[in-house]
Structure formats: C-alpha cells, structure tokens
Design a protein around this ligand. Structure first.
Ligand SMILES: [Zn+2]
Length: 276
C-alpha cells in the first residue's frame, strides 16, 4: 500500500523527453527509476486519453471519443476507486478533469478550488485558461499547486497535469526550440518535486496523454510521434529497474496506480498492472 503522484504532462513526446529531461534520465541511469515507452491509445487526443489513463479502457469502451464529449465518466476510475476505498484524492489539473470526475459542465468560479470528501477529486485546483496560441496557464503554477496539495493534504493519489507542452507544440510543433525548452523546464520542476515526494513515501509516475508531431497543431493519429510517450516511475525506496527499453500500454496505467495504492483493481480494467 502506497501513495502515488501521477504527473500527466500534456503532449509530452517520448523521444523529446528522453533527449532533454536530464534529471529524469539521471534517475533512470543510476537505477533509481524505471523507464518504459508507453503506447498511447487512439485518438491521440486529450480528453479521450485523460479518461483512458484513469479508467484503463479505450475510447470505444469509455465513450469519451473526442474532446467535445463534455460529461462525467461512466466508468470505474482511479479517483472513484480510491475514494471508495477510503483514500484521499487530489489534482492540480486542467478543468476537463473536473468535468470527467467531479461535475460537468465546469463552473469557472465555483469549481476552480474544491475541498470536499464527497467528490471523486476531493482536493481539486483546476485551471481554465489554455491559451491556444502558444500561451497557457503556466506549468510552474500547476506544479506549485500540486506541491501545495501534497504538503497540505497528503493525498494518497495526486494528479499533476501541466499543459504548456501542448500549447507550445500546437503553435510551433515538437521540433521547435520553444517545445524543447518547455520540456526541459518541466524536468527542472520535477527535479524539485521528486526528492520531496519520495521522501514522503510517494511513487512518482511521469507520462503523457499523447505526443506531438513536428508540424504545429498535429496530434490525434497513429504515428510514433503522437503514440509514444514516456513512462518513468520513481519508487520511494530508490530501487528502480533503469531503462527497460520495453513498450507498455496506456491501458496499464490505471491498474498499476490501483495496485500501488493497495486498492482492488476494478473488473473493467483488464490490462495487467506493471511489475514494479
Ligand atoms: Zn493532451
């Protein structure tokens, strides 16, 4: 039984992460983390894969088939399962997570900050502004709110979901200085978060919902640029497996989180948890 922080970095591509996230790759190199390439489900879009990551089923099962499906989740998911088993849940994330797991549609005033044990995301700090033109809600504030949630509420499951890779990738493409610099900036934020988190007993998982093509505003399809995202897992005891060079399925994320939390894996999550 443990605690988990999932850093779901929007539009974090596997090869760019591997090339430029030096702190994470250091942890992999010295065996304090385990690295896989995670194959994202299709369509490689945000809202469908937010739901896939948290339910362990593809869009043909969970029904969130596009970014325009504005409703709460119908499926057993990490947040609902954790809450049902007495765990504390939290998220610093884009407001689509509030819509999927707390309430839809989103009330920009009343849903922005919530602390309510009756909600699936009990401690939520949600942002609305996503720019769309290379601007967005700053990642540094998303990580800061996540760190506050960790320190103040000691959640068993904490989601941290920064969006700027997506905003910059959509404006400039993944083969751009702006995108690469933001990937590096996120690695620096992780270098501040992870030592504090593992000291508190957390397993930290870093992955993406989808990747990004080199051309601006292109994700959604089947190429490795958009399907391959990293999965780096940092255990609290420092005993990682290094780079496994193995591929895993995005469908394995939710059952892995449930297993790490020590709660039953719902029958709907049919993929195997990772052997960590
Ligand atoms: Zn996304």
């Amino acid at each position: 039984m443990g605690k988990v922080i999932l850093v779901l970095s929007d539009a974090l591509r596997d090869d760019v992460a591997k090339a430029h996230m030096g702190y994470l790759e250091h942890l992999v190199e010295v065996g304090q983390a385990t690295r896989y390439t995670c194959i994202a489900e299709m369509p490689t879009m945000s809202r469908p894969n937010y739901e896939t990551v948290h339910t362990g089923v593809p869009c043909s099962v969970h029904g969130v088939t596009s970014n325009f499906q504005v409703r709460t989740s119908y499926m057993p998911n990490v947040f609902s399962q954790a809450r049902a088993h007495g765990k504390v849940t939290a998220a610093s994330a884009y407001y689509w997570f509030s819509e999927l797991y707390n309430a839809a549609p989103y009330d920009i005033v009343m849903h922005r900050e919530v602390d309510d044990p009756a909600l699936n995301i009990q401690h939520g700090r949600f942002y609305y502004y996503d720019g769309g033109d290379g601007t967005g809600y700053p990642d540094v504030d998303v990580f800061a709110a996540g760190g506050m949630l960790m320190a103040r509420y000691s959640p068993d499951y904490l989601l941290i979901h920064p969006m700027m890779n997506d905003a910059l990738g959509e404006k400039f493409g993944a083969d751009s200085v702006a995108y690469r610099r933001n990937v590096i900036a996120q690695d620096v934020m992780l270098a501040n978060l992870i030592p504090q988190a593992v000291a508190l007993g957390y397993t930290v998982m870093v992955t993406g919902d989808h990747g990004m093509c080199d051309d601006p505003s292109t994700h959604g399809g089947s190429t490795p640029a958009v399907r391959n995202v990293p999965m780096v897992i940092v255990p609290p005891d420092g005993n990682g497996q290094g780079d496994t060079f193995a591929q895993i399925s995005q469908l394995q994320v939710a059952p892995t989180v449930c297993t790490l939390l020590g709660i039953p894996v719902p029958d709907t999550m049919k993929s195997s948890p990772l052997a960590l």
